[in-house]
Design a protein around this ligand. Structure first.
Ligand code: UT7
Length: 329
């Protein structure tokens, strides 16, 4: 367990203005709005411009979260960025964010790669570090520029992903709001179902073997679909049991926004009315580590989450990682 007196003090998000619709995509690859919408629920996604780097989007989301929390960069002593599309292999994108927002040098900064579950992994890490008493205010950020990692000729993947960022400030609880629990899991035996096979130390220069693994997303979508529903259901049931809660006691469930059919199947398995789910996949597609914090920020700002209520966040992603987090507002 993390510390009981740590809460999400504020949320923020950033989405590039450039919109890529299903219609636009159907002019680039052999697909259609009808196929994409009925199979995924996605209508459009945001695509970052050249200057909208992962750190730029992360910093914009972080500034919004700090304003919402009523803290300044000087208060931040921990920055964790969850991403699979860092600005560079090194240094950590979190260091670029620190510089962009003007956080002090005593802030610890690092990245986490747990793909679409990355935000929950970062949340749990920050929660534990704050719980140690050695850090006071953390920025926990999910940010992705997936447009840089997509094979724009592969219709089976390029229609799914988008760019964006979401952030929260974690700090000493004020009132009854608190992080109640986080559970993290991984099934490394499925690591090859979703990966960027080239560009790492196994194949550092994919261009030298054009037929070999490339530095773009490769995915076995149908297999992941089935596992994702089972994993998120398990993560939900275990955290609810740990807190003696039934699914219908959760007023807002924020699942990873990958595919509306996955989200609806999850609701069915958990016997949750669909109106308990917050969904924005139709406007952003799958933004990996940014998906949950982006949705969380939209849910809060739209009044979908109210003080005293419980929110359950559920993630799955490459690894295959998965997890759940329960917070009270
Ligand atoms: O954050 C985690 C990220 N990953 C996921 O969430 C992936 C989870 N999986 C999924 O969301 C779904 O499996 C997909 C959306 C990726 C695919 O949907 P599906 O219903 O599982 O379709 P499928 O892969 O079984 O493909 C059905 C057909 C195939 O044609 P044939 O073999 O039946 O002739 C595909 O070639 O649809 C074809 N297809 C397309 N057609 C038009 C695949 N992509 C497209 C496309 N447009 N974009």
């Amino acid at each position: 367990m993390g510390s009981p007196d740590i809460a999400i003090l504020g949320t923020g998000s950033y989405a590039p203005v450039n919109v890529l619709t299903n219609e636009d995509l159907s002019k680039q690859v052999d697909t259609s709005h009808e196929w994409i919408f009925t199979r995924t629920g996605i209508c459009e996604r945001r695509i970052a411009g050249e200057d909208e780097t992962t750190s730029f989007m992360a910093a914009a989301a972080a500034r919004a979260a700090m304003a919402d929390a009523g803290v300044t960069a000087a208060d931040i002593d921990l920055i964790i960025v969850a991403t699979v599309t860092p600005d560079m292999p090194m240094p950590a994108t979190a260091c670029f964010v620190q510089n962009l927002i003007g956080a002090p040098s005593r802030a610890a900064c690092f990245d986490i790669n747990a793909a679409c579950s990355g935000f929950l992994y970062a949340l749990d890490t920050a929660w534990a570090m704050l719980g140690s008493g050695r850090y006071r205010h953390a920025l926990v950020i999910g940010a992705e520029k997936l447009s840089s990692a997509v094979n724009w000729k592969d219709r089976t993947t390029c229609v799914l992903f988008g760019d964006g960022a979401g952030a929260v400030v974690l700090g000493p609880a004020r009132g009854s709001a608190q992080v109640l629990g986080v559970r993290l899991y991984a099934e490394g035996s499925h690591a090859n179902l979703l990966c960027i096979p080239g560009g790492g130390s196994r194949v550092p220069d994919p261009s030298s073997s054009p037929e070999g693994p490339q530095r773009v997303i490769a995915m076995k979508g149908r297999e992941i679909f089935k596992i994702a529903v089972r994993e998120m259901e398990q993560a939900a049931r275990e955290i609810l049991a740990e807190h003696d809660l039934m699914p219908d006691q959760i007023s807002c469930v924020i699942p990873h926004q990958a595919n509306l059919r996955i989200i609806h199947a999850l609701a069915e398995y958990l016997e949750l009315p669909r109106d308990r789910l917050f969904v924005n996949v139709e406007r952003y597609g799958n933004t990996s580590a940014a998906s949950i914090p982006l949705a969380l920020d939209e849910a809060r700002r739209s009044g979908r989450i109210k003080p005293g209520e419980l929110t359950l966040m559920l993630a799955f992603g490459a690894g295959l990682t998965y997890g759940s987090a329960l917070v009270r507002w």
